[in-house]
Design a protein around this ligand. Structure first.
Ligand code: TXA
Ligand code: MG
Length: 340
């Protein structure tokens, strides 16, 4: 069995077979950085208990020091290790939605160094729904802290190729595996205060959480919740493509027309135009499916960057289900929002 596939500028590209994962786990155990697939996006993993390794994650990504990381588990019992206390609602949600795209913010235990949480008394924790991620964490024998494996400010990676684009030479290894089926990061739910609050909309729809808990859940940054602090990461202008992205929002009947006219106008003026809407591949009817669009969103943005487009026009999608997360990311990527 071949373990090592390629080595580029010091970064190993590993297979996702058992032998290669053992090698990846050994790198994590000795304090190194390994990018691995999850069902949401690729993560850049280090041993969550190793403060020095955690610091090197921030350096490799160019990540602001005040933006905390998510701790990934392979076993539900590890939750009691990383959190000082596990409230009943957290137990209930972990049982219901793990493994899956839900990160729970709880009180941090001493087991997790402050560096992981950028000094906050809390910790975000989740169990990813990907066999490779689970095997890697299990073999590493410790919870694995991992932000998305992109250079800070770039769209999150949904394939090992995206990771190599951003981090070759800066990390020890990347695991070559299938693409990430959800394609958008986990939903971050704060359970450390007195009522649950979504800090970051993500792969697990708000509606599913509300149904499970039998009550409505606020989203940080919504007007009603404007006094609540959002997730530290949400203040950064994330997910920026290189070309300015104009987000067209408003009435259904008009926005599609406006989008197409703007695109045509700029094309005629000699600009290379990128178009981003759920019906972009109308001949494949299935692509108007919001989940399919979400899964491809980051790779579309990266592809537009690579193609060197001058301007991107994106159309607002419905805020329901995964749409809430898609709109959150599009707004963050947008240089301007145009209301029609
Ligand atoms: O799906 C995901 O969540 C991916 C995969 C790799 O698991 N990870 C990911 O990590 O998106 P990252 O670092 O790109 O985003 C973590 C988000 C940030 O918005 C951060 O501020 C928030 O989670 N976060 C982490 N710990 C927190 C804490 N203790 N309190 C509040 N927000 C926290
Ligand atoms: Mg990220």
């Amino acid at each position: 069995m071949i373990v090592q596939v390629v080595q580029t500028k010091g970064t190993l590209l590993l297979n996702d077979n058992r032998e290669s994962l053992a090698k990846a786990a050994a790198i994590i155990k000795r304090g190194g950085l390994v990018a691995f697939p999850t069902e949401t996006v690729y993560g850049l993993g280090a041993a969550a208990t190793n403060a020095k390794a955690i610091t090197s994650i921030f350096a490799a990504k160019g990540r602001p020091a005040d933006n905390p990381l998510i701790v990934h588990l392979s076993d539900r019992n590890q939750l009691n290790l990383v959190a000082r206390e596990v409230p009943d609602e957290a137990k209930f949600l972990a049982d219901k939605f793990w493994p899956g795209p839900l990160s729970l913010v709880l009180q941090r235990s001493e087991y997790i160094p402050a560096e992981v949480s950028a000094g906050l008394p809390t910790v975000a924790v989740r169990m990813p729904d990907h066999p490779v991620a689970l095997a890697l964490i299990n073999l590493a024998g410790v919870p694995v802290a991992a932000p998305s494996a992109n250079k800070s400010g770039r769209p999150s990676p949904t394939s090992y190729r995206h990771v190599l684009e951003d981090l070759t030479g800066k990390i020890d290894a990347v695991i070559k595996s299938s693409t990430c089926k959800i394609g958008i990061e986990s939903t971050v739910l704060d359970l450390s205060g007195h009522s649950p609050l979504i800090l970051r909309p993500g792969g697990l729809p708000r509606e599913d959480l509300e149904k499970a808990l039998g009550r409505s859940i606020g989203v940080a940054g919504d007007k009603k919740n404007s006094l609540q602090p959002a997730s530290p990461g949400m203040k950064y202008r994330h997910y920026t493509p290189r070309a300015p992205l104009i987000l067209v929002t408003g009435r259904e009947s008009v926005k599609h027309q406006v989008l197409n006219r703007l695109a045509l106008y700029h094309h005629r003026k000699g600009f290379a135009v990128g178009l981003l809407n759920t019906s972009m591949q109308q001949h494949l009817k299935k692509n108007s499916d919001p989940e399919k669009f979400a899964a491809k969103l980051y790779s579309y943005l990266r592809r537009m960057d690579a193609a060197g487009v001058d301007i991107i026009f994106a159309e607002e999608v419905s805020f329901s289900g995964i749409g809430l997360a898609v709109m959150n990311r599009l707004k963050k990527a947008a240089a301007r929002v145009l209301r029609v």
